[in-house]
Design a protein around this ligand. Sequence first.
Ligand code: FAD
Ligand code: FES
Length: 515
Amino acid sequence: MSGASTELSGPNFGEGVKIGEVAEGTPVLGHAEGEAVVLVRQGDEAFAVGATCTHYGGPLAEGLVDGDTIRCPWHHACFSLRTGEAIAAPALNPVSCWSIERRDDRLFVMSKKVAPRKQPSGTHPRQIVIVGGGAAGHAAAEMLRREGYEGKLVMLSADPSPPVDRPNLSKDYLAGNAPEEWIPLRPPEFFTENRIELVLETRVSAINPRAKVIMTEAGASFSFDALLLATGGDPVKLTVPGSDLPHVHYLRTVADSRAIIEASKTAKRAVVIGASFIGLEVAASLRTRGLEVHVVAPEARPLESVMGTEVGDFVRALHEEHGVVFHLESTVRSIGREDVTTSSGITLPADIVVVGIGVRPRTELAEKAGITVDRGIVVDEYLETSAAGVFAAGDIARWPDPHSGQKLRVEHWVVAERHGQIAAKNMLGQRVACRFVPFFWSQHYDVSISYVGHAKRWDRTEVAGSVSGKDCTVALRAGPKTLAVITIGRDAESLKAEAAFERDDERALATFGAS
Ligand SMILES: Cc1cc2nc3c(=O)[nH]c(=O)nc-3n(C[C@H](O)[C@H](O)[C@H](O)COP(=O)(O)OP(=O)(O)OC[C@H]3O[C@@H](n4cnc5c(N)ncnc54)[C@H](O)[C@@H]3O)c2cc1C
Ligand code: FES
């Protein structure tokens, strides 16, 4: 995905900057050695790191400094100011990190530091197997090697393609604004260089947690000392007459996205079934490709059950401004070769139909193996399942969220990657508890909506700013508690809300959305 401008601006830190010009805890943008750099002062210490987030190029100078870390305003990646390491996803690669010299009242950014390779510590499993080559599986494999794991590492994936940037499949890639090269998360050599045995088009069919072995559909078996299940979800299938026709599409994989792109080259009219995030992002992308788009969904307002009335109305109006026609409080009765009939008897012409009616976690492997499953694979705070040495991460995992006090299972990219990273550390015996606050974003045309926290039910929404003006903070609250904070056009607020959730700082949280 394209990033922020890389043009250099601000002072040349190589020539020094007065300490008094660097306010404590506020990143200052400048440059050194021809690269954009942010300089941060925390008490007597100063740090200099690359200014461009390694995820999609977000501007770290507009990020949030918290202790010796800096967070990206776009999708909340977190980097170490001491080493540049991408501590928390969605960024996985480090930013550069420079040494600093203090001379009198000036700070000078000197030369780039080389991050020391982490050394393996303690006793590690000899063989680790990861089932799933998606967000969680890939982030786990990468973290295992980053943490110095030297043993055998196998990643099995039912997909024919190596790990991909799945969120892009409904957004820029589907809209025709992102080339195919942006879709793989890694070049092929990454896996060989990191000794990750990536086995594609291989479906695992059984796990034996006692014997510590997994079996594939093709009859192969792999032994493990530690196992990560990261099998994601399957799109829920529509069962009405005609739903198996060839022009009816679902969207989970690159192949699915390619198929929709191919079909949209000749199609003129699309019906999207479901006003979920994926359904609406598909609607936006198909509008960008010039198709007529109708959305059929049972709810009265799109996304209302996730984001509340105000954002729901805004999202609907935004799509209508772009020409999408909604048929809400309607379901689909049948699909014909050239049309879709709704429950209210309306017939909508359709050359292509895309169904986005939810995702079902792929938990069958765990169930068959006797691992505890309760609307997701149940894991403890270390993401370990009821079977010792077997971990679960991503869309399939239900983990105890310390902030809400509930067990959560969500389908968010950043959550899946962070789960993968934490599970990796715990497979190495580090005992890292899963304490981060869920975050996701959704993109509709040029509007990005950010969401931190988790709210299933709330009793009121409080709004600061203007939702229709695309500049707002919306808090979802239940009694005195703030459950989630949604922002549009206010990335800095979203980061502050995340930090307040992490501290369980109810007083600070009460200020979000208060006008
Ligand atoms: C089109 C699209 C757009 C999205 N956009 C956003 C967004 O904007 N923001 C956001 O927060 N989230 C978004 N999401 C959700 C996000 O992508 C998921 O939450 C995330 O991918 C979950 O990661 P995962 O690793 O759990 O599963 P996945 O990424 O789905 O990976 C699962 C992997 O397991 C493999 N697998 C499954 N069963 C087996 C088996 N038996 N044997 C071997 N391998 C198996 C699959 O082949 C796949 O490689 C989007 C999802 C989709 C589909
Ligand atoms: S651009 Fe920085 S987290 Fe996405």
